[in-house]
Ligand binder design. Structure first.
Ligand SMILES: Cc1ncc(COP(=O)(O)O)c(C=O)c1O
Length: 407
């Protein structure tokens, strides 16, 4: 029998906020860290710290082996065809900017079209806006259905022979939807365009197979998948990576430097200039080992009822508007809502007084807020370590906020 309660693995969950037990429902912003990840970081700095790839001594080899083992692990986690298709960055944001500044700058030209969706996080939007401005390309948007899902009919209209690149979130950080990335990839590839997938909100909740999705690039951050901050991943198809000139130059990305010219190292070292975030990579490896130990079946078995409890509880509170699909089958573990006319910051501050931590604001998705005709929302998001008591505390605290403001 698999254990179905992982709270004890996360030391922060026993702490208090404002004299109340911590009820952490901001997993979409960042996840808490299991002891296994905290220990891996401490262990690395205590016994294994050395720079990677350059030392000939034992300690350096130990650090390098651990670092490179995580590349294998991430490649397997994403079901990449080759380990060289994975390289480490600072974050999902860094990965997406990298694609814009390499593939985008090298292949997008004036008159081309870049297609994104209205639900994109600024990290998968502003780099494309900037690229479109630099290249005199056109940025186009795929809209939503009435139920808050990606409108595939609109995707068919927007993706045309002029499209060079399509950028889409695997899962939304506001609407709670998981997007049909494989279908979008088919539409894009039929027009000769590449697909860039922002996996920041997906990797902690659903298994990812970049080959089945047929993603050309796939980005995510370590900190949303129970790993440390400051570490990110970019997957790219080898045939595409081979065509790209690096965005950064320096140590360890070269094979030979002459007075005037440089030969670059093989992929992926070519794309990892300078000393990388070694501890971050090792912490990410520990996080993926931990998550795979839990297993995505268990993750979904734990998260789905909590999402259901959130959606049902919110639907029973007068004055609450939920954004995104209503049906649980279409809804992932992120629930955005508003309470009557109250400002989301007031709602979140009221919840915080009861130890309930949620996000309030535009969630780095201002175009989506404009599309939904709101300035901001409150967002509760669960992880597999949350339980029904967390959701009950949240709903009780929300009722108290409602009574306090007389709405
Ligand atoms: C959908 C989505 N994409 C990208 C990001 C950016 O992630 P990071 O800030 O870790 O780079 C986030 C973070 O909230 C996100 O939710």
């Amino acid at each position: 029998m698999k254990k179905l309660n992982y709270r004890a693995d996360f030391p922060i969950l026993t702490t208090q906020i404002n004299g109340e037990p911590l009820t952490y429902l901001d997993n979409a912003a960042t996840s808490q860290k299991p002891q296994a990840v905290i220990d891996a970081l401490t262990h690395y700095y205590t016994t294994d710290n050395a720079n990677v790839h350059r030392g000939v001594y034992t300690l350096a080899a130990k650090a390098t082996d651990q670092y490179e083992a995580v590349r294998d692990q991430v490649a397997a986690f994403l079901h990449a065809a080759r380990r060289e298709e994975v390289f480490f960055t600072r974050s999902a944001t860094d990965s997406l900017n990298w694609v814009a500044q390499t593939y985008g700058d090298q292949f997008v030209t004036a008159g081309d079209e870049i297609v994104v969706t209205v639900m994109e996080h600024h990290s998968n939007l502003v780099p494309w806006q900037q690229l479109a401005q630099r290249k005199h390309a056109t940025l186009k948007y795929i809209g939503l259905t009435a139920d808050g899902q990606l409108d595939l009919a609109d995707a068919r209209r927007q993706i045309t022979a002029k499209t060079k690149l399509v950028a889409v979130a695997h899962a939304s950080n506001v609407l709670g939807v998981t997007n049909p990335v494989a279908t979008i990839a088919k539409l894009a590839h039929a027009q000769g365009a590449v697909v860039v997938v922002d996996g920041a909100q997906a990797v902690a909740h659903v298994p990812v197979d970049v080959q089945t999705l047929d993603a050309d690039f796939y980005a995510f951050s370590g900190h949303k998948v129970y790993g440390p901050t400051g570490i990110g991943v970019l997957y790219g198809k080898y045939a595409l990576l081979e065509q790209l000139t690096p965005a950064q130059f320096g140590g360890e990305m070269i094979s030979d430097v002459d007075w005037q010219t440089t030969e670059f190292a093989a992929i992926p070292a070519r794309f990892e200039a300078g000393t990388p975030n070694i501890a971050g990579v090792i912490g990410l490896g520990a996080a993926l080992t931990y998550l795979q130990g839990v297993g995505f079946d268990a993750v979904q078995e734990l998260e789905q009822p909590l999402t259901d409890q959130l959606l049902t509880g919110l639907s029973q509170i007068d004055g609450v508007t939920v954004y995104g699909p209503r049906a649980l089958a279409d809804h992932g573990p992120v629930v955005a809502f508003n309470l009557a006319h109250l400002h989301p910051h007031d709602v979140a501050t009221g919840l915080d007084m009861a130890g309930v931590e949620v996000r309030a604001g535009h969630h780095c998705a201002q175009p989506l807020m404009r599309y939904l005709k709101v300035t901001a929302t409150v967002r509760a998001s669960v992880g597999f370590y949350n339980n029904s008591t967390d959701v009950e505390r949240f709903l009780t605290a929300l009722q108290a906020v409602k009574e306090f403001f007389h709405v």
